[in-house]
Write a new protein. Structure first.
Length: 300
């Protein structure tokens, strides 16, 4: 019972930290969707080409909310898939606080964060460029209204007679609140479940699995990083600082540790094949980068 209450407390605190960013994100999306100006939508769509650069830099900030925001914006096609990937790969989650708590060298921390940002930006730009070349980046339209319809939040309550829905500021706020509550409850339940699994397995057992076999450790660490729980990045960072985990596996695990981004993606984006492709791609990039770091003998 003590373990359940402890993990529930951590899950609630981790989830509550996402609420403000989620609400602001949905509020902005609703405002864009209900804006009468097509220039607003056109400006949002044009800004997509620089998205991976902005997303990669923002993801480096010590929190996991931006990845949840990026996933939500991608579900509404406000940002590109390259931007989403860039944010997830660069997101630091709990790595920076753990480094600071251990009083680890700041240049070591800066080197890891810089690598994550560079990988996120380069990979994100490459993804968008490839999809544009293949003309598979979508139809170029925003899909915020489809996200609203899937959530059954009854956003479109009034019509102005010209095909535009205008239900005032309260309607926009109410819709954003409904979306935020729905996604927050989902995140809380899943985070609690994964947290129990990590607590049950234990950091010692995880360390034993990852030790003494760098290649295997790279694949396993990246898999652990995919777990949508702050405990995953904490465990990977702690094991690295304790000398159990080498640089390559550590990089793989932290690249895949994109906070709640992938979890929110699976909750808000209707296309399961897209979600699976993004998840598998993030995992593959994390493993490939970790193997490269290990193979080249890069140290931080």
């Amino acid at each position: 019972m003590e373990l359940l209450l402890h993990e529930l407390e951590h899950s609630v605190l981790d989830t509550l930290g996402l609420v403000p960013l989620l609400f602001v994100t949905y509020l902005a999306m609703e405002a864009i969707e209900h804006s009468a100006s097509e220039r607003v939508r056109a400006a949002v769509e044009r800004s997509g080409k620089a998205g991976p650069v902005v997303g990669g830099v923002l993801g480096a900030l010590p929190q996991c909310g931006f990845s949840a925001m990026a996933a939500t914006l991608y579900a509404g096609r406000v940002v590109t898939v390259g931007t989403l990937v860039a944010v997830i790969l660069s997101t630091s989650d709990e790595m920076i606080p753990v480094f600071l708590a251990h009083q680890a060298p700041l240049d070591e921390l800066a080197g890891i964060v810089a690598l994550k940002v560079v990988v996120g930006v380069v990979v994100g730009l490459a993804v968008d460029a490839t999809l544009r070349a293949w003309r598979r980046s979508g139809d170029g339209r925003l899909h915020i209204h489809e996200l609203c319809e899937r959530e059954h939040c009854h956003c479109d309550e009034a019509d102005d007679g010209h095909g535009h829905h205008d239900h005032g500021s309260w309607g926009i706020v109410r819709s954003a609140l409904v979306h935020t509550v729905q996604v927050t409850l989902f995140i809380l339940v899943v985070t609690f479940a994964f947290g129990l699994v990590i607590e049950y397995v234990g950091q010692d057992a995880l360390g034993a699995l990852l030790a003494n076999h760098p290649v295997r450790a790279t694949f396993v660490a990246a898999l652990v990083g995919l777990v949508p729980n702050c405990a995953a990045s904490v465990a990977i960072t702690e094991l690295y600082l304790d000398g159990v985990l080498a640089a390559g596996p550590m990089v793989a695990g932290l690249l895949a540790s994109g906070g709640m981004g992938l979890l929110v993606l699976w909750r808000t984006n209707a296309d399961a094949r897209q979600n699976a492709a993004v998840t598998a791609f993030v995992y593959a990039v994390a493993v490939a980068t970790g193997l490269a770091v290990g193979g080249l003998g890069i140290l931080f």
